[in-house]
Design a protein. Structure first.
Length: 196
C-alpha cells in the first residue's frame, strides 16, 4: 500500500480475516490523505453511518452499478463525501429530529467555535488539530470546555450537537459540506486505487 500510494481505497466490509470497519480506521490513521470508499452488500441504513464514523469518505452498495461507482470515486477525489440519495435523506432526517438549539456563539471563544464547527463538518480530532495548527491535547481541552459550556455529558453528545448546529447553519443540498483536509490530488495522471 505504501509503495503504491493510491488516491482511493475501496474497502469491502465483509472481510474474511478482519473487520472492514477496523480496516477503515487503520487506513485513516496510517494514510490521512487517502480517500476511502466502502463498497458493500450490507444494509446501508445500518452500516453507512458506521462506515463514515470509522473514517470512510463514502459508502456504496455493490448493487448500485458501475456508473455510481465511478461517480463515487470522482466525488471523493473532489474532497466530498459520497452516499446514496436515500442514505443522505435518512441522515438529514435524523439530524432534523433533534430539537432546535440556540446558537452557542455567545458562550464560546473564537477558537472553541472553530473547533465546534469543524467537528460538525465531520473532521476527526487529528484533522481539527492539523487544520487549526493545534496539538491533539489542545483539541481535547477544547472539547472538554465545549461540553461544560453547552451542558453536554460526553463526546457523543458533543458530536451530535455539532452536527445538528452546522446542519442548521448551512442547510446543505448535498453532503459536500464535509470538507476533508486536502490531500495529494492526482495531477493529470490516472487515479490510483487500492482494493481491500
Amino acid at each position: 500500500m505504501a509503495s503504491a500510494r493510491p488516491d482511493v481505497a475501496i474497502v469491502d466490509l465483509a472481510l474474511k480475516s478482519s473487520s472492514g470497519l477496523a480496516l477503515v480506521s487503520e487506513l485513516r490513521k496510517e494514510y490521512p490523505a487517502l480517500k476511502i470508499l466502502v463498497f458493500s452488500m450490507l444494509s446501508e441504513s445500518i452500516f453507512a453511518a458506521r462506515a463514515l464514523n470509522a473514517g470512510a469518505h463514502g459508502f456504496l452498495r455493490k448493487d448500485e452499478g458501475t456508473e455510481k461507482a465511478v461517480q463515487a470515486v470522482r466525488t471523493l477525489l473532489q474532497n466530498r463525501t459520497f452516499v446514496s440519495g436515500q442514505v443522505e435523506k435518512k441522515m438529514f432526517d435524523h439530524l432534523r429530529s433533534f430539537p432546535a438549539r440556540p446558537s452557542p456563539a455567545p458562550l464560546l471563544t473564537k477558537r472553541e467555535a472553530e473547533v465546534l464547527e469543524l467537528l460538525g463538518h465531520g473532521l476527526s480530532s487529528r484533522e481539527i488539530a492539523q487544520q487549526l495548527n493545534l496539538t491533539f491535547s489542545s483539541v481535547s481541552s477544547h472539547y472538554q470546555n465545549l461540553r461544560k459550556k453547552l451542558g453536554l455529558e460526553n463526546g457523543s453528545e458533543l458530536v451530535h450537537y455539532a452536527l445538528h448546529w452546522v446542519h442548521d447553519q448551512t442547510r446543505p443540498r448535498q453532503l459536500d459540506l464535509l470538507p476533508r483536509r486536502a490531500g495529494r490530488q492526482p495531477k493529470g495522471g490516472p487515479t490510483r486505487m487500492a482494493l481491500g
